[in-house]
Design a protein around this ligand. Structure first.
Ligand code: AMP
Ligand code: MG
Length: 334
């Protein structure tokens, strides 16, 4: 199959929408990452998403809608859902709600993207669009049209080639099917923001620190990623040593914790780290060099980027306390 690159002008958006309606797979830009879209009402098109991504069939897809007025058609929304939609839509918040009529386990995950090209596409298509990230399963998500082609060239009909994603990691997924709202996947909209909007407690299912081991390798490039967690001073020292031992490795983290002479992604703040993370992982992969990454300190705003780094590393973390204990154990500290 030849994958067509479509310009994101009015004619291109109309063409992409027509392809989706005809059962084709079309990748498109959103503010989080590029999505791999199919008409959610067309079972065979949706099945082709799983084949193109080699995605496990038990991992459901997010359904993208053109506006809040679509919610009632596909889901049962309660007062909490409407409060959150008022506050955060369009944007990187996916709501899991009891489903009305769409195939699945009785629930549906809905999101309205903020990227105007995605909004025009959904409006033109006049169908809900199922779209996971446009990468092969387990790999870093694409944040540019070029990265989509690296993942999907020859596997899908078209890519609507828009601008790079501005958020850079996938949406926050919030389960509203039970009495307590539960974050299933952390993202740009954090637990405190949601709790504040709802004036209620918000739980989280499987925070990054609770997920043990390599079972959770995901969002991962094809090169080793080693993660370091600790205070700024400790990080600068440890990272300098690690980079000395593997001089070809690149650094990914905040500039504040980068050792002198580090090359790679030295992000000014969490926002930049989040936006540039997947691109930096892809760069390391293209150059076939390992990654040495500094884990940002835990905070509600850092939860998304911590989760992606943790999974990219396959749980390979060196923690300050453990390291010092190892040194004590081996008599390195007098
Ligand atoms: P992706 O499509 O790769 O961005 O991932 C979508 C995320 O949303 C995955 O973590 C899914 O497990 C989750 N998700 C999608 N639909 C549902 C649903 N109905 N219930 C719970 N989680 C969902
Ligand atoms: Mg994904």
């Amino acid at each position: 199959m030849r994958t067509e690159l479509i310009a994101p002008d009015a004619a291109g958006i109309a063409r992409a929408a027509a392809l989706l309606r005809a059962g084709a797979l079309v990748a498109f830009p959103t503010e989080t990452v590029y999505g791999l879209g199919a008409n959610a009402l067309d079972r065979s098109a949706v099945a082709r998403i799983y084949a193109a991504k080699s995605r496990p069939s038990d991992n459901p897809l997010i359904v993208h809608v053109a506006g809040p007025e679509e919610i009632g058609r596909w889901a049962e929304a309660d007062e909490r859902a409407w409060l959150l939609v008022d506050r955060f839509w369009p944007g990187p918040l996916t709501l899991v709600l009891p489903s009305r009529g769409l195939v699945g386990d009785g629930t549906v995950a809905l999101r309205m993207p903020a990227e105007p090209i995605a909004q025009h596409l959904l409006a033109h298509c006049a169908r809900p669009v199922s779209a996971p990230s446009a990468n092969r399963s387990g790999r870093p998500s694409p944040t540019t049209a070029e990265a989509v082609l690296e993942e999907m060239d020859g596997r899908i009909e078209a890519v609507l080639a828009g601008p790079p994603a501005t958020v850079g990691i996938e949406s926050t997924v919030l389960d509203l099917t039970g009495p307590t709202p539960l974050i299933l996947r952390p993202g740009d909209i954090d637990r405190l923001q949601i709790a504040k909007a709802l004036s209620a407690d918000v739980g989280s299912a499987g925070g990054s620190q609770r997920s043990p081991g390599t079972r959770y390798r995901h969002y991962a490039p094809d090169v080793p990623v080693r993660l370091f967690a600790g205070s700024e001073d400790w990080l600068r020292r440890e990272l300098a040593q690690a980079l000395l031992a593997t001089p070809e490795a690149v650094y990914i983290g905040l500039a504040a914790t980068a050792p002198a002479g580090a090359r790679g992604l030295l992000a000014a703040d969490l926002r930049e780290l989040q936006r540039s993370l997947y691109g930096a992982l892809r760069d390391a992969e293209v150059r076939r060099v390992p990654v040495i990454a500094a884990w940002p300190a835990p905070s509600p705003e850092a939860a998304g980027v911590r989760d992606r780094l943790w999974r990219a590393s396959g749980g390979h973390v060196t923690q300050e306390r453990e390291r010092e204990q190892q040194k004590e154990g081996s008599g390195e500290i007098s």
